[in-house]
Design a protein around this ligand. Structure first.
Ligand code: SF4
Length: 611
């Protein structure tokens, strides 16, 4: 096999043993790699009904058939597991050098099972797997952890994916960091913490072959040239903080926990950040776009990656306009290894609960947790990472925290299926309503352009949502970063061509599109197995009952009939039943007979609907 190894490393932390299993070519072709391969392995390795934080929940890392080639922005890896926030599939994508090391070590994926009895880190040194004690790394952030491990292994090139104190403390939205890159959303870091696995370090030194090396080079160079032309023409990367003001102007910027959709103090511009805090802009491996903007709160301090979603969640969502406070909060999230979107949402929920008198200074250890208080923001992020005081409640995420506090606070807990909403108000950006409600794709790492077509309209969103999800599934499985899609004139055709050149496995654009559909049906199948019900595809009550209180969008709410119609249209476009279940014929049409076979055995979750 070219470009793939056809090998999966299985690491059992309980027994401290490892083995290598074959990955058949048919499985790799059907599920591509990354999110697709990771989800397929999750279905196989996670028993139905497994608790997300139990040793039985596998933690899966997967690269793709393009990793290690010149294909642009293809050096990412996916982390797939059962989410401690939602109980459904969690897939997140990181974009550092770790994936390349995994590939060069000779594996397409790693499945981590069980749990160690005390903190460990695993060092995968090509074919040899070492288990090392990690007590001395407890309490360290990812940079300190990586440095210590490199020192211990005596090799600066070792790549390290690790958790911070947030993951160790099983903050339900903890992430896994490698350098500035993070598998952010869904809580994979908490799963890693529950296994007492501080880090997984990899040294990979093998050469990766391509079926048609010259062909991959030619196609990649052409894409690089297009990316550079786009940058030269002033095209801005969709995730930069510079999107804050356009989204504010569109009345789609969630403010003070979604009470408003525009922030009167929104004045953070790229020019201001560049003049006062920007240190450098970096790129992930093989990426011509370079979107990672690194900032410092103060000269000489830690460098932090800031994107639009982090700025929105720790800024306007909490009523904060102080850039140093927002950067400090992001810095603390980076150190503790926590998703900025869920952290910001949890704090915003607590701020509203405080202002409404449901939480008092007694609950907050004397902190005035009002919206707009920058000191409170910074203090609470720290307390979440350590699970101190009120931080212990907020570390559970808004769904569980509001269920515990009760007294109506569920109404302003802004999550869908337990995963907190990213920085776009679905009352004014209605296509987001459907995306957040049905939620098969990663919420933040996708292509977003501030276009009028995304605003105040629900027409055609059902079909386009299915197409977008399927394209995102292809992208997140081939591991081509979604943020460079605009460099492709026809993404599916060019991606299929690259895949064929790299792997020697011929795939047509239509087959690639179908692979995206298959991957999304697989995710849904797994969610159904884990107890998904039609009522789970919905949004928080605030969006239907609490009109936006100020700005041009004052009075706007979401209509439940409108969302219902969008969801039904979406199910129909997917070929699912009106209840959102998957007919057997659909799985057969997608070549998923093996999944139907698995559903017959020990599968004791909801059965797949048959029509
Ligand atoms: S566009 Fe940004 S996130 Fe994507 S691969 Fe390039 S640098 Fe990394």
């Amino acid at each position: 096999m070219h470009s793939y190894w056809g090998k999966c490393l299985i690491i059992d932390l309980t027994a401290q043993k490892s083995e290598v299993r074959e990955l058949p070519q048919s499985l790799l072709r059907n599920y591509l790699g990354g999110v697709g391969l990771g989800t397929r392995l999750l279905l196989e390795w996670a028993k139905p009904g497994t608790d997300a934080l139990s040793p039985d929940n596998p933690l899966i890392f997967a690269s793709s058939g393009l990793a290690g080639t010149m294909a642009p922005a293809s050096g990412n890896h996916a982390v797939v597991t059962k989410s401690p926030l939602s109980g459904f599939v969690s897939d997140s994508v990181s974009s550092g050098h770790w994936s390349l090391s995994l590939k060069r070590a000779g594996y397409d994926a790693v499945v981590i099972t069980g749990a160690a009895s005390s903190p460990v880190y695993v060092f995968v040194d090509n074919e040899i797997v070492h288990f090392h004690k990690a007590d001395h790394l407890i309490g360290q952030g990812s940079f300190q952890t990586a440095e210590a491990i490199r020192k211990h292994t005596g090799d600066d090139r070792v790549q390290v994916a690790s958790i911070g104190p947030g993951g160790e403390n099983m903050v339900r939205y903890a992430c896994i960091n490698d350098s500035y890159c993070r598998a952010t959303r869904g809580g994979a870091g908490a799963v890693m913490g529950s296994k007492r696995l501080k880090a997984i370090a990899i040294r990979g030194t093998r050469a990766i072959s391509a079926y048609d090396l010259r062909g991959v080079e030619r196609a990649s160079i052409d894409l690089y040239a297009r990316a550079q032309a786009e940058t030269a023409s002033g095209h801005k990367n969709p995730r930069t903080p510079d999107n804050l003001l356009p989204i504010n102007r569109l009345d789609a910027l969630p403010t003070r926990n979604f009470q408003q959709s525009s922030f009167e103090q929104a004045n953070i511009t790229e020019e201001y950040l560049a003049a006062n805090h920007l240190v450098k802009i970096i790129a992930c491996p093989t990426c011509p776009a370079a979107c990672e903007h690194l900032y410092q709160v103060v000269d000489g301090g830690p460098e932090v990656a800031l994107d639009y979603e982090s700025l929105a969640a720790l800024g306007p969502l909490c009523g904060i306009d102080s850039v140093p406070a927002i950067l400090k909060a992001v810095e603390l999230c980076q150190f503790h290894g926590m998703d900025t979107v869920s952290t910001g949402n949890s704090i915003a929920w607590a701020m509203e609960s405080f202002e409404k008198g449901l939480l008092t200074k007694e609950d907050t250890q004397g902190i005035n947790l009002s919206f707009g208080n920058p000191e409170a923001l910074v203090a609470i992020v720290e307390s979440i990472g350590k699970r101190n005081g009120i931080g212990n409640l907020l570390a559970e995420g808004t769904k569980r925290a509001s269920a515990k506090l009760g007294r109506g606070s569920e109404r302003w807990a802004m999550h869908s299926k337990g995963l907190e909403l990213a920085g776009y108000d679905p009352r004014t950006m209605k296509s987001r309503a459907l995306r957040f409600a049905v939620g098969l794709e990663i919420q933040s790492n996708d292509c977003f352009h501030c276009g009028d077509e995304d605003i105040h309209s629900s027409s055609s969103t059902s079909l386009s949502n299915q197409e977008r999800e399927d394209t995102a599934a292809v992208s997140n499985s081939l591991m081509i970063c979604g943020l460079i899609h605009s460099c492709f004139s026809d993404f599916l055709s060019e991606a299929a061509h690259l895949y064929t050149l790299a792997t020697g496995i011929h795939i047509s654009p239509a087959e690639l599109k179908q692979a995206g559909e298959r991957i999304n049906n697989l995710k849904k199948t797994l969610n159904i197995r884990e107890g998904w019900r039609r009522s789970d595809d919905w949004l928080p009550p605030r969006l239907f009952k609490d009109p936006i209180t100020s700005g041009k969008a004052k009075g706007a709410v979401l209509s439940d009939k409108e969302l219902q119609a969008m969801i039904e249209g979406y199910y129909q476009s997917r070929g699912w039943t009106i209840e959102g279940l998957i007919p057997t014929v659909k799985l057969k049409a997608l070549g998923m007979d093996d999944i139907l076979e698995m559903a017959k055995g020990s599968w004791h979750g909801a059965s797949l609907h048959t029509v």
